[in-house]
Design a protein around this ligand. Sequence first.
Ligand code: PAF
Length: 283
Amino acid sequence: MKTFHNKSELTHHIDELKAEGKSIGFVPTMGALHNGHLSLVENGLNDNDFVVVSIFVNPTQFDNQEDLIKYPRTLDADVSLLKIISEHEILVYAPTVNDIYGDNVQSQSFKFDGLENEMEGAFREGHFDGVGTIVKRLFEIVRPDKAYFGEKDFQQLQIVKKLVELYHIPVEVIGCSIHREKDGLAMSSRNTRLTEAHRAVAPFIYKILKSAKTEFGTKSAKKVTEWVEKQFKKQSLLELEYFIIADIETLKPVKRKSTKKTYRAFIAVYAGDIRLIDNIALN
Ligand code: PAF
């Protein structure tokens, strides 16, 4: 398997593949790969001749320096996992911060039609400027035909679709369903940092999301939100940051339900100092 640490070498290799008429799928990651990532890679391999997997912990999307420092970095293990899927059709791009940002580790400022101000955008200052900056840069380097993003970061997925539309980037963005552990916890690289006690209670998040979905069948978004907040007050090891039922197009919280709109419930929870997010389709 070829691993590139340098964008000019990767660009050169991709030029050659493109000249041979090969299609390129792309899975951007921050590493610490789990089965959720691997399923994105498998989707990419089903649709394309080659898949580029980027592994880069992007400093500009972290609003919390401790989270950035402690973010798991497991390149050798990640490469071994990818090799099991395919030795020859996967290219790994694991750049240095300097290869991406040079001396200017700063994000560009974006407006994504207001999508950037909701939920994660409201709670993590500058997060989507950082995500927009790195994804745009990676798209320019990799020039994929299709790119794969998990629905666990549903707001990110919608923002990347908007980025592509606003900047006329010729890539098809494909959202892939959430992968869960057997007990329902959404797969995340951060799960490895949970203490045993927090890991044991974390499936509560998805349990509540499923119940919220049932409740939303007959109750208003406000009532469901109140109910969820009450459930978390009883759970001493988990601290609810937000639970929001939003329209999937605008990501704005629902005021009055409409049968013409599609909704999702979004949640962010602290398990100790580890922040977990999840979401569920409601209708
Ligand atoms: O979802 C992630 O892992 C990151 O936000 C991404 C898309 C790789 C950009 O750094």
